[in-house]
Design a protein around this ligand. Structure first.
Ligand code: PXL
Length: 274
């Protein structure tokens, strides 16, 4: 007799490719798999770091029709009752944001985790500002969970963040504006020996803290954190529990980071394997 086990929880990321495998959809898919879910990708753009130009990001958008086609294929295969948890990563342009916002609004997944990736090294500031505005106007209202980094927390809250108290106030403001659960990342950007993140939902605020591992940001940490939240929500965790587990996943992954020729190391999603 064939042994049958319960089917895995399903997870989708709508995100960009980062070819070296540190960040983006690659980090998301590895995280989804590592945490025991069945992962899928609808690709929004392709980023290729340029070793001949200080590792700046070469950026190519995927045509909006092709983004729609991928999402149609995915939800055609697994309806919203089966696939109820979606992560949004790098969009890269206002046109992509509008396309994804319409596709998501039509399907209304129960959990929508927004990693509000605002700027990509090498993009023009004007373009980044348009993307920032579109993200705030069109995607933030749909999100049930949002994971801004230090810079994105300042942008979304309109507040300056220099201390843990500032991070708490800004995270609470983003929660107030969006209604979403917020996991605002202090990471290595706040002074002190601890890497501190702030979680806020309707039940209140919680500071998540782990000893810093070095003083440099690690590529893929933000993507993996939001993807781990996504996987845990898909498996049925509460937002608060998902935030705690995601922090553990990322801390372990940073301690097992891999080194290449880029000036930043990459998180290894297998960190909890021991
Ligand atoms: O870490 C943000 C990020 C997200 N998505 C893609 C990226 C990056 C950073 O390089 O390339 C595709």
């Amino acid at each position: 007799m064939l042994e049958t086990t319960a089917p895995p929880a399903m997870t989708l990321t709508i995100a960009g490719s980062e070819a070296t495998g540190g960040a983006g959809a690659q980090a998301d898919l590895k995280t989804f798999q590592e945490l025991g879910t069945f992962g899928m990708i609808a690709l929004t753009c392709i980023v290729s770091f340029n070793p001949k130009d200080e590792w700046n990001h070469r950026f190519v958008p995927v045509q909006t029709q092709v983004i729609e086609d991928q999402i149609e294929a995915i939800f055609g295969n697994y309806g919203p009752e089966v696939l109820d948890t979606v992560k949004l990563g790098m969009m890269g342009s206002p046109a992509t944001i509008s396309t994804v916002a319409a596709a998501i609004a039509a399907r209304k997944p129960k959990n929508l985790v927004l990693d509000p990736v605002l700027i990509c090294k090498g993009q023009e500031p004007g373009h980044a500002q348009d993307t920032d505005n579109a993200l705030k106007a069109e995607l933030l209202p749909l999100a049930t969970f949002v994971t801004p980094n230090h810079f994105e927390t300042e942008q979304l809250s309109g507040m300056k963040v220099e201390t843990l108290q500032d991070l708490q106030a800004a995270a609470a403001e983003i929660h107030r504006l969006s209604g979403a659960a917020v996991l605002a990342k202090g990471g290595v950007r706040l002074a002190g020996s601890e890497a501190v993140d702030v979680f806020v939902d309707a039940e209140g605020i919680e500071v998540l803290s782990a000893p810093k591992i070095g003083e440099h940001a690690v590529s893929g940490a933000g993507c993996s954190l939001a993807a781990a939240v996504t996987a845990e929500l898909a498996k049925g965790s509460s937002p608060r529990e998902a935030a705690r587990r995601a922090k553990e996943f990322v801390t372990a992954g940073i301690s097992q980071r891999v080194q290449g020729n880029t000036p930043f190391d990459a998180l290894w999603q297998g960190g909890l394997r021991g």
